[in-house]
Design a protein around this ligand. Structure first.
Ligand code: 6PG
Length: 253
């Protein structure tokens, strides 16, 4: 049983997108004021597009301090940035090309490279950004994203951390290359590792639809530590699950 997590149930995917947009906006504004920058790792798949489109429209577009926003990805498929399977392409078409985020603040995973090269290149970008932007000159064990958006696969994966993957045991690197067959999606991917995700100040799961009800119940109320999404436990941050009624249908809450 996962404890200490906020679970928010809203009526439908549209309501979930609004709730997520509110949270993204307030986190961005707070981070910009207190730290001068807001680092967010975006997710992919079919769920977050509605959120990204909302953020690209007022009132949210006008409320977010885009000059202080730095966009990363929780995972990326190893495809070119204009490929329909690219998580960067999803965010670019629904959000990035519609808002004044500086191009230099968008740190896509270079999916066009060989997977291991893409992972190492992304790791370098992450470490450089967080080394330069850390306002605390501590030797923080791991860079801290202000926000990591996550989805949940029907097999319990999140980002591109899949059941049984060696990536789940990675404790040093921030990003690794993985292979996974999931639906009709690209097999080769780069994903943030558990240390990178669990160092975040805020992790926000976005899950909708009755096809996810079973896995949501297994992750949130089933035996612990068996599913990758159960390994998401921010060490010094918060995690919240935004669920629509259909996805939350089997929960005992
Ligand atoms: C990806 C995502 C992945 C996604 C889940 C849920 O690259 O595919 O990051 O982790 O969030 O597979 O996908 P849906 O939102 O399409 O159900």
């Amino acid at each position: 049983m996962m404890t200490g997590r906020q679970i928010v149930v809203v009526p439908d995917p549209a309501a979930l997108a609004y709730e997520a947009a509110q949270r993204f906006t307030s986190l961005a504004r707070e981070a910009a004021v207190s730290r001068g920058h807001f680092s967010a790792a975006l997710s992919g798949g079919s769920t977050p597009g509605a959120l990204y489109r909302l953020l690209a429209e007022d009132p949210y577009r006008g409320q977010i301090p885009w000059e202080n926003v730095h966009l990363f990805w929780g995972d990326e498929r190893c495809v070119p940035p204009d490929d329909p399977g690219s998580n960067f392409r999803l965010a670019d078409k629904t959000l990035i090309s519609h808002v004044p985020v500086p191009p230099g603040n968008v740190y896509r995973v270079r999916g066009e490279l060989e997977p291991e090269e893409a992972a190492r290149s992304y790791e370098k970008v992450l470490r450089k950004f967080f080394a330069e932007s850390s306002t605390v000159n501590s030797i923080e064990p791991c860079p801290r994203f202000d926000l990591v958006l996550l989805g949940l696969g029907s097999d319990g994966h999140t980002a591109s951390l899949f059941p049984g993957s060696r990536a789940l045991n990675e404790i040093e690197r921030l990003a690794v290359a993985v292979q996974a067959n999931y639906r009709d999606r690209p097999t080769h991917r780069v994903t943030l590792t558990l240390p990178a995700i669990n160092a975040a100040r805020q992790v926000l799961f976005l899950v909708t639809g009755d096809t996810k009800a079973g896995i949501v119940q297994a992750v949130l109320e089933g035996p612990a530590r068996e599913l990758p999404a159960q390994r998401i436990c921010p060490t010094a941050g918060q995690s919240a699950w935004l669920l629509d009624t259909a996805a939350a249908n089997l929960l005992g809450v």
